[in-house]
Design a protein around this ligand. Structure first.
Ligand code: 5GP
Length: 193
């Protein structure tokens, strides 16, 4: 997605060769106009696949996934990174290793928001090692629902996430795929979507 690549080049900061900061428009301050375009692009890519729900992980997935849900006219399920006393009903949980925090959290959702027969599109802000997407897919499938697609805003193609997802039988679609980063330099894999 050209608009997204241009924005990454303009405002993204390669913290080092592994971590891309996009907190001026995606992860902290959010450009909702860009999120709307991203949501429309996901809706275009995944049209006709029978998707009846979008799932994401709090918090950085919510803005792009929410816009995709709006564009597709389906509900958005926000999977939690921790439990709380108000999550008192039957839960589905799976451990996920966090790329940014270096620790493991329990990805959690109420059982009642995923049903057998649901056709779920998972959307996240980044794909790195694939842990978050694989964890979300485990939760979706543990409810008897189907992973109808995986949509990623920014893929770091030099990390193993895509390969791990493909080996597990999924076919992630990313709107921008970074092929290489170093301080001051960001380059993309050509024509990803
Ligand atoms: P994975 O689970 O694929 O290893 O990592 C994906 C998750 O880690 C995303 O949900 C995202 O929040 C976070 N993440 C991974 N790499 C980056 C990065 O380079 N920059 C930022 N801001 N978040 C990242």
């Amino acid at each position: 997605m050209k608009l997204l690549e241009e924005r990454i080049l303009k405002d993204g900061v390669a913290l080092n060769s592994d971590v891309l900061l996009v907190d001026s428009f995606l992860n902290h301050q959010v450009d909702m106009g860009l999120m709307q375009e991203i949501g429309r692009e996901f809706a275009r890519i995944f049209a006709g696949k029978g998707i009846n729900k979008i799932a994401t992980i709090e918090s950085s997935g919510i803005a792009p996934a929410g816009q995709a849900a709006l564009a597709m006219g389906v509900p958005l399920l926000v999977m939690k990174k921790s439990t709380s006393s108000i999550l008192s009903e039957e839960l589905l949980q799976t451990p996920v290793a966090s790329f940014t925090k270096g620790s493991t959290y329990q990805l959690t959702t109420k059982r009642k928001y995923l049903s057998k027969g649901d056709s779920v599109l998972f959307i996240d802000d980044f794909l790195a090692n694939g842990e978050a997407a694989l964890g979300a897919a485990r939760l979706i499938e543990s409810a008897g629902a189907t992973v109808a697609g995986i949509g990623i805003v920014i893929e770091k193609a030099f990390q193993p996430g895509r390969l791990r997802l493909i080996e597990a039988g999924y076919h992630p679609v990313s709107l921008a795929a970074v092929s290489h980063m170093e301080t001051g330099i960001i380059s993309f894999v050509e024509s990803v979507s």
